[in-house]
Write a protein that binds this ligand. Structure first.
Ligand SMILES: Cc1cc2nc3c(=O)[nH]c(=O)nc-3n(C[C@H](O)[C@H](O)[C@H](O)COP(=O)(O)OP(=O)(O)OC[C@H]3O[C@@H](n4cnc5c(N)ncnc54)[C@H](O)[C@@H]3O)c2cc1C
Length: 547
C-alpha cells in the first residue's frame, strides 16, 4: 500500500476481513488475496468434506443448522410472517446446499430498481458473468432424468414445449463414454485445483454432494483463496464491527468482534482490519447491519437497510405418483426448466432416493383464495379422496418413497414485488430485537402454476401437491431471498453505491445477495458471483491506496 492508510494497516491483523464464505464472500476473498492483501474470511458454519455429508435429509443433525438444539448441518430455515426463508450456512455458504443451477437473468432486470441507470450494466456485466461461469465450472446439463422428460411432456401438453431448456449447472458431469463417478485430476484450474469425481446422477446435490461432483465454492474460489494465503476461521460468528481509533468513517480501519458459533462457550475474540466486506447473505448482512446501527457501532448506515427485500415471487408445488415406473429422484437436483408464460418460470427439482423428509411439509394441492376458506376446501378435498380411495391417499401422504415418486416444481415469477424487514421486538418475544417482516402479503397462490401442476399430475396419473405452510398459514417459502441493502445512487435510496461501497464509511463493502435491486426471475447465485467479480475489479492492488 502506498499511502498513510497502507502504512497504518500494516500494524493491523488483516487488510480485509470478509464476513461469510458464500458466493460474494469467496469471490471477494480470492480477488483481494490476488491483489496482495492480507485477508481473513470469518464463517459461522462448519467445514464439510464429502464423507461427512448426510446421506439423506432425515439426518437432521447433519443437515439442519440450529446449533443451540445440537443440529450442526448446513441448511437453515427462518420463519417470518410473510415468508419462510431457506438458506445455507457452511464454509462455502449456500453452495453446499444449493442445487447448482446458474442462470443469467434477462437483460430487463437492469432497467428496474434502484440500480437502473447507475452504469451501463448491459455492456459491463457479460464479462463478469463469463468469468463467474468459468470459475464455477458452469455447463449445460447433459443428464436428463425421468422428471425432466416429464416436465418437457407437460410443457408440450400446454403448448409451451418450445420453452423447455436444460439448466446450466455447476456440476462436473461425465464426458461422453466416461463412467459416472470417475476420479479425475483438477479439470478447471490447470492442476491448481483439487482432484474431482464426476456426477453419478443420484439427485443428491442439495445434500452437499457426497461424490465431490458439485462445484461448491470450497473447491474453486475459496480453495484457491486459501491456497494463496487467505485465512479461514470457521464456526466463528461476527457480532460487532466498529471503526478504530475514534475515526467515525472508518478511515483508520475497523475492529471486528467474534464469538464461537457452535460450542457452548462463546470464546469472544477481537481482530483489527483496514477494510471489511459484508458477505453474510441477504438475511445475514441485513441482520448484522441493523444490529450494528442500533447499538451505535455503525450509526451512519443508511436507513434503507431492510427495504425492498425480494423473494423471486416463488411457490413450491409438485406432483406425486405412488408406484410410478421410473425413479424420479434420478438426475441432477434441477435438471431442466420451462416458461409457462412471459413471467412464470418453472424448474423440475428432486431430492435423492430415501430423502423423504420434505414429504412432511407437502400435501394435496388446493385451489381457492387464501385463508380459512382454502383450509376448509383442503380439508374437504383430503377427506373426500380419503373416503373414495383410502389406500391410494395413504400412499400419497406416507413419507416413504416421496423422493422417488415426486417431481417438485419450483415456480418463480419475474414480477416486481417486495417486502420490508425491520429490527423490532416481536409481540411474541419481547426480550430482544430481531428481524421481523412487514408489507403486503406475497401471493402463495399462482393460478397458472397450479394448473400446470395439475396437468403434470394427469400425465402420470398422479396427484398435484403443494406446501402445507402455504395452505395453513398462507406463507410462501423461498430459497432465493435477495435485496435489503440495494445498490443505489445515494443513501436515500440504497445502502451501497454501484461499486458496493457502503454509504457513509471508508473501505466497507457489501458483496452478497443483499445488494440486488430487482427480482431476477431466475436463481440468483451466478448474478451474486458476477456482481462480486465486478465490485472487486474496482479495488486497486495493495500497493495503491484503499478505495
Ligand atoms: C436448498 C437450496 C437450493 C438452492 N439452489 C440454488 C440454485 O440452484 N441456484 C442458485 O442460484 N441459488 C440457489 N440457492 C440460493 C443460493 O444458495 C443463495 O442465493 C446464495 O448462496 C447466496 O449467496 P450469498 O453470497 O448472498 O450468501 P451465502 O452463500 O448464503 O453465504 C453467506 C454466508 O455467511 C455466513 N454468515 C452469516 N452471518 C454471519 C456472521 N454474523 N458471521 C459469520 N458468518 C456469517 C453464513 O453462514 C453463510 O455461509 C439455493 C438455496 C437453497 C437453500
Amino acid at each position: 500500500m502506498g499511502n498513510g492508510m497502507a502504512e497504518r494497516t500494516r500494524s493491523l491483523d488483516f487488510d480485509f476481513i470478509v464476513i461469510g464464505s458464500g458466493f460474494g464472500g469467496s469471490v471477494s476473498a480470492l480477488r483481494l488475496v490476488e491483489k496482495g492483501y492480507r485477508v481473513a474470511v470469518i464463517e459461522m458454519g462448519r467445514r464439510w468434506s464429502p464423507s461427512d455429508l448426510p446421506n439423506s435429509n432425515w439426518a437432521f443433525r447433519r443437515w439442519i443448522w440450529r446449533p443451540k438444539l445440537g443440529l450442526r448441518g448446513f441448511f437453515n430455515l427462518r420463519f417470518f410472517r410473510h415468508v419462510t426463508i431457506f438458506h445455507g450456512c457452511a464454509v462455502g455458504g449456500g453452495s453446499i446446499t444449493y442445487a447448482g443451477t446458474l442462470l443469467v437473468p434477462p437483460n430487463k432486470v437492469w432497467e428496474s430498481g434502484s440500480w437502473a441507470g447507475l452504469t451501463d450494466w448491459k455492456s459491463e456485466m457479460p464479462q463478469h458473468y463469463a468469468t463467474a461461469s468459468r470459475m464455477l465450472g458452469v455447463v449445460e446439463n447433459q443428464i436428463l432424468g425421468p422428471a425432466d422428460l416429464l416436465l418437457k411432456q407437460a410443457a408440450e401438453a400446454i403448448g409451451v414445449g418450445h420453452t423447455f431448456y436444460r439448466t446450466h449447472v455447476a456440476i462436473l458431469e461425465p464426458r461422453e463414454g466416461e463412467a459416472p463417478g470417475t476420479q479425475v485430476p483438477d479439470p478447471f484450474f490447470s492442476g491448481e485445483g483439487p482432484e474431482r469425481s464426476t456426477c453419478t446422477a443420484c439427485g443428491g446435490c442439495m445434500l452437499g454432494c457426497r461424490h465431490g461432483a458439485k462445484n461448491t465454492l470450497d473447491l474453486n474460489y475459496l480453495y484457491l483463496a486459501e491456497k494463496r494465503g487467505a485465512q479461514l476461521l470457521a464456526e466463528t460468528k461476527v457480532v460487532d464491527v466498529k471503526p478504530l481509533g475514534g475515526i467515525a468513517d472508518g478511515s483508520d480501519g475497523y475492529e471486528v468482534h467474534t464469538v464461537n458459533s457452535t460450542g457452548w462457550r462463546r470464546r469472544p475474540r477481537r481482530f483489527t482490519t483496514g477494510g471489511v466486506v459484508f458477505s453474510a447473505s441477504a438475511l445475514g448482512t441485513m441482520e448484522l447491519l441493523f444490529k450494528l446501527k442500533e447499538k451505535g457501532s455503525l450509526p451512519a448506515i443508511s436507513n434503507q437497510v431492510g427495504k425492498r427485500v425480494r423473494t423471486n415471487s416463488e411457490s413450491l408445488i409438485g406432483a406425486r405418483t405412488p408406484g410410478w415406473r421410473d425413479d424420479l429422484s434420478r438426475g441432477v437436483a434441477i435438471g431442466s426448466g420451462v416458461y409457462i408464460d412471459e413471467h412464470t418460470h418453472i424448474e423440475a427439482v428432486r431430492y435423492p432416493r430415501g430423502s423423504d423428509s420434505m414429504s412432511l411439509l407437502s400435501t394435496v394441492l388446493t385451489t381457492g383464495r387464501p385463508g380459512l376458506s382454502r383450509i376448509a376446501l383442503w380439508l374437504r378435498g383430503l377427506l373426500g379422496t380419503l373416503l373414495r380411495s383410502p389406500i391410494r391417499t395413504l400412499r400419497l401422504l406416507r413419507p416413504f418413497g416421496f423422493a422417488q415418486e415426486t417431481v417438485i416444481l419450483l415456480c418463480m415469477q419475474a414480477l416486481d414485488g417486495h417486502i420490508e424487514m425491520r429490527w423490532k421486538r416481536p409481540w411474541f418475544w419481547p426480550f430482544h430485537q430481531r428481524l421481523v417482516s412487514r408489507g403486503d402479503k406475497i401471493p402463495t397462490f399462482i393460478p397458472q402454476a397450479n394448473e400446470f401442476a395439475q396437468k403434470f399430475a394427469q400425465l402420470t396419473g398422479g396427484t398435484a401437491m403443494s406446501m402445507l405452510p402455504e395452505i395453513l398459514f398462507d406463507i410462501p417459502g423461498t430459497a432465493h431471498c435477495i435485496g435489503g441493502c440495494p445498490i443505489a445512487d445515494g443513501p436515500e435510496r440504497g445502502v451501497v453505491d454501484s461499486r458496493h461501497r457502503v454509504f457513509g464509511y471508508r473501505n466497507l463493502y457489501i458483496c452478497d445477495g443483499s445488494v440486488i435491486a430487482a427480482n431476477l426471475g431466475v436463481n440468483p447465485s451466478l448474478t451474486i458471483t458476477a456482481l462480486a467479480e465486478r465490485a472487486m475489479s474496482y479495488i486497486p492492488a495493495s500497493s495503491c491506496a484503499l478505495g
